[in-house]
Design a protein around this ligand. Structure first.
Ligand code: HEC
Ligand code: HEC
Length: 373
């Protein structure tokens, strides 16, 4: 909290958000000093530009933007070693933050910066913990409908390195390296707003108080719709019946993802994920609930996910069925996975509350990780 207060305070002090957005703080040639005077604040207002060859110039002045959070994935929780064990300090440009607050949307041109900071000390007078050390890396994402017309959501991703000195410029990274994971798992327009309460609590266009804004799009599907679980929508929650149901293809008329794609998760299994593709199908209640943007889904909502092998042959399924009114931390969901289309006798999972499954799906919207619709 205090860092956010400081960033906002310094904006007000040096320039003023309104003045900055009205263009009263023109960019200057002053180097990126992070503290003193109006010039630095003015520079902080400048968005990064592109080189003639389309590479992104390293952003500057972003430590004076709006600070939205610090996810941390320490080695201790990701043995033996996390891919990014550092703090991820995330900032959004003030004009983009203002737009988000007013409308609940990321405007075209939105810039978000993630600065990596090493874990320094693990001990302080306040106790044991994780304390920030040195700046060590920088990544950026930009939404630009014209420049990145072909990128999903028009978001492109850039890395300026994971060790100092950082690169001066960076090319947009391939869709599969970055965008695909954001696409599948981020809550809001490719951004992981679920980990940035500063954003979720300020999301505009949906309510007046912070909490209402956070929880706004949660109107439940009508009880009638939830109860209309007839025929194909009624996905069985016992292993044998479900395998028969899957073999008979009773889910194939559901709303589904446009095409099979690589799993950004471990599906169908960690050793097969590189060679396989997946495609998810959503039964009526689940489809309606996801389209309504509900925070929780009605009992009976179900997703069937097909696995395809490297010859594009169907090779198995994963299924999640909300079996209770309350998700109960994953205990209320029935989880099923089988890596065969001919033999249902040894499913990988077939039970309510399978920890292997819900432990990962916990980060989703009521346990659903797909970005559909
Ligand atoms: C395995 C999934 C995954 C991949 C691949 C991935 N990211 Fe992310 N990214 C995340 C998660 C989760 C967060 C939020 C939490 C965190 O920072 O750990 C995030 C946050 C970010 C943010 C902050 C803004 C936001 O959208 O939340 C930026 C910028 C970013 N990533 C850039 C990149 C770049 C650049 C790449 C490719 C080199 C990349 N990401 C690849 C999962 C991923
Ligand atoms: C390491 C994390 C992880 C684990 C463990 C995991 N999943 Fe997933 N799962 C994902 C991700 C990420 C997606 C999003 C779509 C994709 O790219 O595969 C997903 C998608 C799904 C879907 C499609 C619906 C949705 O939420 O998007 C089903 C069904 C599913 N998983 C079932 C299971 C079952 C059953 C298990 C346990 C056997 C399981 N998952 C274990 C990460 C995980």
């Amino acid at each position: 909290m205090f860092t956010r207060g400081r960033a906002r305070g310094s904006l007000a002090l040096h320039c003023g958000l309104a003045a900055a957005m009205a263009g009263a703080c023109a960019p200057s040639d002053t180097p990126p000093q992070l503290s003193e005077g109006g010039a630095a604040a003015a520079l902080a207002m400048a968005k990064p530009t592109f080189t003639a060859t389309g590479e992104l110039q390293r952003p500057e002045g972003y430590r004076e933007w709006v600070y939205i959070g610090t996810p941390l994935t320490p080695n201790e929780l990701n043995p033996p070693e996390a891919p990014f064990p550092e703090f991820h300090n995330v900032y959004i440009h003030p004009a983009d933050y203002a737009h988000w607050k007013n409308t609940g949307e990321f405007q075209d041109g939105t810039v978000i910066v993630k600065e990596l900071v090493t874990v320094g000390s693990k001990q302080a007078v306040s106790g044991n913990g994780y304390f920030m050390g040195e700046f060590v890396g920088l990544e950026t994402t930009i939404k630009d409908a014209q420049r990145f017309a072909d990128e999903p959501g028009n978001w492109a991703y850039f890395s300026f390195g994971h060790a100092y000195p950082l690169a001066e410029t960076a090319p947009a990274l391939p869709t599969a390296s970055c965008n695909t994971c954001h696409d599948a798992s981020a809550d809001d327009d490719w951004v992981f707003t679920q980990y940035y309460p500063v954003l979720s609590a300020s999301k505009g266009g949906t309510g007046t108080t912070a909490d209402a804004a956070d929880a706004a799009p949660t109107q439940q599907v009508s009880t009638a719709a939830a109860q209309a679980l007839t025929g194909d929508d009624d996905v069985p929650t016992s292993a044998d019946a479900l395998f028969e149901y899957l073999q008979a293809g009773k889910y194939t008329s559901f709303a589904r993802e446009a095409e099979a794609h690589k799993s950004v998760g471990p599906h169908p299994s960690p050793d097969l994920v590189a060679k396989s593709t997946v495609r998810a199908y959503f039964n009526g209640p689940m489809d309606a609930s996801l389209k309504a943007g509900n925070a929780t889904h009605p009992k009976g909502s179900a997703i069937v996910k097909e696995f395809y092998d490297d010859n594009d042959q169907l090779s198995g399924w994963a299924v999640a069925v909300k079996a209770e009114d309350d998700s109960q931390n994953g205990q209320g969901w029935y989880w099923y996975e089988v890596l065969s289309t001919t033999d249902g006798s040894s499913p990988v999972a077939a039970d309510k509350g399978v920890a292997l499954c819900w432990g990962c799906h916990l980060t989703g919207r009521d346990f659903v990780l797909s970005s559909y619709p």
